[in-house]
Design a protein around this ligand. Structure first.
Ligand SMILES: [Zn+2]
Ligand SMILES: [Zn+2]
Length: 243
């Protein structure tokens, strides 16, 4: 929902620490002169401006929930500037959600209207993207399947509550593991701090970064309670990884 959370005035929502300002979850992979975004959140336009993202080469989707897809329409300036479609990569069920949520993109519009230009690609296994291998990591988000992604020594797994043993095998020997940790209290469709710490303990990445954090966790206070190699991620956080 983002922090501050609309209509809430708790200590974290009222915090002056900029790291307690959280837009919806997404990451930018920048390599070889390419910009690849995982998910286009409702905050995509502001996030892309903040990152000074002057081109967009591809979008990869984790799943079709509103907080991960609703910024899709804002790719239009990149279509104009780059004079072409942006490739979109998602599992078949997520592509079906995009087709219904954004029906206007796929139907015949008004002549002259500017619609997002996209090329759809179905993810059905690891794929090459501009020289990097993208490995999908299937997981469950309550009853809904989602995809995390591993690229080299980094993996991004948001919006999950269960990870199968097969998927865990794809998450070993990581330098950086970015994973969902919504709050302290258990949640039916998200991993909480305790569960995510247990997964980190099991998979042993060099560093872990918690994301998709709600207003129950204040940045400084929650970080102080975590092991040194596990940190809360924050908006604008950047680091290098080996591809
Ligand atoms: Zn979700
Ligand atoms: Zn989400």
């Amino acid at each position: 929902m983002g922090v501050p959370t609309l209509a809430f005035h708790c200590a974290v929502c009222e915090s002056k620490d900029p790291r307690d300002n959280r837009t919806r979850p997404s990451i930018l992979l920048a390599y070889g002169g390419r910009n690849v975004v995982i998910d286009t959140t409702p905050d995509f336009r502001l996030q892309a401006m903040r990152a000074r993202m002057d081109r967009l080469d591809a979008v990869i989707y984790t799943h079709g929930h509103a907080d991960h897809v609703m910024g899709l329409d804002d790719i239009r300036p990149f279509n104009m500037k780059q004079r072409g479609a942006v490739p979109i990569y998602a599992a078949a069920d997520t592509l079906a959600i995009l087709r219904s949520q954004f029906a206007y993109i796929f139907s015949e519009g008004q002549p002259g209207a500017t619609l997002p230009l996209i090329d759809l690609h179905t993810i059905d296994g690891p794929f090459d993207l501009f020289g990097a291998q993208i490995v999908p990591i299937p997981a469950m988000h309550g009853a809904q399947p989602v995809l995390g992604f591993r690229v080299g020594k980094m993996a991004y797994l948001t919006d999950f509550s269960q990870v199968s043993e097969n998927s865990k095998a794809l998450l070993v020997e990581l330098d950086d593991f970015i994973l969902d940790a919504l709050r302290y209290v258990p949640h039916p469709t998200h991993s909480n701090v305790e569960q995510s710490l247990a997964l980190v303990e099991e998979l042993k990445p060099k560093r872990a970064w918690f994301t998709h954090i709600c207003h129950d966790l204040g940045h400084a206070e929650a970080n102080a309670r975590l092991p040194e190699h596990v940190r809360l991620a924050h908006d604008g956080l950047r680091f290098e990884v080996a591809l």
